[in-house]
Design a protein around this ligand. Structure first.
Ligand SMILES: [Mn+2]
Length: 336
């Protein structure tokens, strides 16, 4: 099944000028998938014209790139900043299937382009409201990373990967599978096959080790020192205040053992609140932090939203008011 999909995908792309890109705030899976796919096309197609574009690259991805460059100094992370849209036959979007999440090059308004769009992604695809979606898209939500789909493509069509590319794929798989936590047996098998080329997994762990700055470490420690515990039956909610790094602090609360973590900061007349919840509390109670914060942002001068287990809100005015409302809503859902 998947082989037939790959064949259609490649037949469609053959002899086309391809722009490869991924979602904004490029993560490691998006980055490595684009680079390895470009390499694959260059090997597989006799002649190919491949362009690569990234919008904003996330901070942790940039840290990874710097460490990777130390290990493989000759590896080239370059990409095309400005692209002449008249030179592109097809846009290939990796690691997302939502056009809203993609940052295109300047003057590249997808809405007025007739260029077909092909997705290669591992996220669940919602009802396709996107324009121009080509049927040869490869969207497999059983994979824990896009890098794994690229790995299968290289394996199936016997394109051999050199060390840097193997390192890249493993890094993408490890980060997106949460170091196998969200993966399955196939995830582990694929990484094992990639490691067969005598790669050292400890070296990759080090590259992926995201050292925090001293100020972020202090924010996390203070966040833990100041946390207030609210117990609602079997659920533990942690609420804390810090000066910055709200998102990291809210995440650390979950790691420590809270089911819901709320980290707030207040500067002058502005506040920012980041919330996190673990999978279990969301599944068992129907808690959706993104919906709660989006709803509240309509009632106050704020902007908020996010996913079920990770959401934030920024606004003006008194932090205490909005914080009480958030706690109230969460507690109500946990007690349902
Ligand atoms: Mn991904």
């Amino acid at each position: 099944m998947i082989k037939a999909n790959f064949e259609d995908f490649l037949a469609f792309l053959k002899d086309k000028k391809i722009l490869i890109t991924t979602h904004n705030l490029v993560d490691i899976d998006g980055l490595v998938s684009c680079h390895v796919l470009k390499f694959f096309f260059n090997q597989y197609f006799e002649k190919s014209e491949i362009f690569l574009h990234f919008s904003e690259i996330s901070k942790s991805t940039r840290k990874f790139m710097a460490k990777f460059a130390e290990r493989f100094p000759s590896f080239n992370f370059l990409f095309n900043k400005d692209i002449d849209k008249s030179k592109i036959d097809v846009v290939l979007i990796l690691d997302t299937n939502n056009l809203d999440q993609v940052g295109f090059p300047k003057n590249f308004d997808m809405l007025d382009l007739k260029i077909p769009i092909v997705y290669l992604d591992h996220h669940h695809s919602n009802e396709n409201k996107n324009i121009n979606v080509n049927l040869n898209s490869l969207i497999f939500d059983k994979y824990s990373s896009t890098a794994e789909i690229i790995f299968e493509l290289c394996k199936e069509f016997k394109v051999e990967l050199k060390d840097p590319y193997n390192y890249l794929l493993i890094s993408g798989i490890l980060t997106d599978s949460g170091f196998f936590r969200y993966g399955n047996n196939d995830t582990i098998t694929r990484v094992s096959k990639l490691l067969d080329q005598k790669l050292d997994i400890q070296e990759i762990f080090l590259m992926l080790n995201n050292d925090n700055s001293i100020s972020e470490k202090i924010a996390k420690i203070k966040g833990i020192q100041r946390v207030k515990l609210i117990r609602e039956g079997p659920w533990l909610i942690g609420v804390t205040r810090i000066g910055s790094y709200e998102a990291s602090v809210a995440s650390i609360l979950i790691k420590v053992g809270f089911d819901v973590g709320i980290a707030c900061s207040e500067k002058k007349n502005e506040y920012r609140i980041c919330t996190r919840a673990n999978k279990k509390v969301c599944l068992k109670t129907g808690l959706h932090l993104g919906k709660i914060l989006e709803e509240l942002s309509n009632q106050c001068e704020g902007r908020g939203g996010g996913h079920e287990g990770a959401a934030s809100i920024n606004g003006k005015g008194a932090l205490a008011n909005i914080l009480d409302k958030i706690k109230e809503k969460i507690v109500k859902i946990l007690n349902k």
